[in-house]
Design a protein around this ligand. Structure first.
Ligand code: COA
Length: 259
């Protein structure tokens, strides 16, 4: 499959999906998120045994598109739109096949949520990862707080999500967020070697185990985190958020007031 925003390449039992919006650092605007959601659902019909997700260009993904136009839709529609990221991540989590993220450059915000929704994460040793949402006056949404917390533990998740720091690859390996870090020029080679190992496993057993572990570890996610989109509408209506976006566009720090 090839279109503007996503491209795929098939290598035997392994399918490679590339986020293909490199001119915007693969920032996640609604069309790209809708395409990923539809792609994830379509994997139910795909014969591949392993999916590798990567980003085109220098960066895996710079997160939500901060230059996307503010919506003038009704509140009821904006509420549904705010749930798109959660639906996209759910579609990735629900892919029956083994999923591996191969991450280079920056994986920030939603761009880090995608790897955490995969089964395995290989990073270039030069990659950086983090959740800058809080510095933009926003909560981390897309039902991804649980995904991060389960990988790194509550204290580190708080440090990552409440402080919005960016971390180097080795730190995130030590914390369990990346499974491993490899030299950047070996990233795809290593991801594909791992993919081949998983592709050789019995797919029925592997896919059942994946589903069970996902259900055990994420059982409460949908019960609790469905409201994070509503929280985002709240933070999105704050003055702090507006100032933070102005600050991002002008490359200036923001002084938050709590309004
Ligand atoms: N949405 C929209 N545009 C973005 C973006 C995003 N999330 N992240 C970066 N860009 C834009 C930059 O504004 C810049 O645009 P310009 O060329 O018109 O000035 C362009 O992409 C290149 O960014 P630049 O910062 O020069 O690239 P870099 O390679 O030096 O750094 C990042 C890359 C990802 C580390 C850096 O751009 C960054 O920190 N981006 C913000 C990430 C973020 O806060 N995401 C929010 C998630 S809620």
């Amino acid at each position: 499959m090839t279109d503007d925003l996503l491209t795929t390449e098939r290598l035997g039992d392994v399918l490679i999906l590339t986020l293909n919006r490199p001119s915007a650092l693969n920032a996640l605007n609604p069309p790209l998120m809708l395409a990923i959601e539809a792609f994830g659902r379509a994997m139910l019909e795909d014969p591949a045994r392993v999916l590798v997700i990567r980003g085109a260009g220098r960066h895996f993904c710079a997160g939500a598109d901060l230059k996307a136009k503010a919506s003038d839709a009704s509140l009821v529609q904006r509420r549904r739109n705010a749930q798109l990221g959660g639906r996209m991540l759910r579609a990735i989590i629900d892919i029956p096949q083994v999923t591996i993220a191969a991450v280079q450059g920056a994986a920030l915000g939603g761009g880090l949520c995608i790897p955490t929704a995969c089964d395995f994460r290989i990073a270039a040793d030069t990659a950086i990862g983090g959740y800058p949402e809080v510095n933009l006056g926003m909560n981390l949404m897309w039902q991804s707080v649980g995904l991060c917390t389960r990988l790194v533990g509550a204290a580190r998740a708080k440090r990552m999500i409440m402080l919005g720091e960016r971390f180097d690859a080795q730190t995130l390996v030590n914390w369990g967020l990346w499974d491993e870090a490899v030299p950047e020029d070996q990233l795809m080679e290593r991801a594909l070697a791992l993919a081949k190992t998983y592709a050789e496993q019995p797919p029925i057993a592997v896919q059942m185990i994946k589903q069970t572990i996902n259900q055990i570890s994420g059982a409460l996610d949908q019960a609790i985190l469905h409201m994070d989109a509503d929280q985002n509408l709240l933070t999105g209506s704050s003055q702090d958020r507006a100032l933070a976006i102005q600050g991002f566009l002008a490359s200036k720090p923001t002084e938050f007031t709590g309004d």
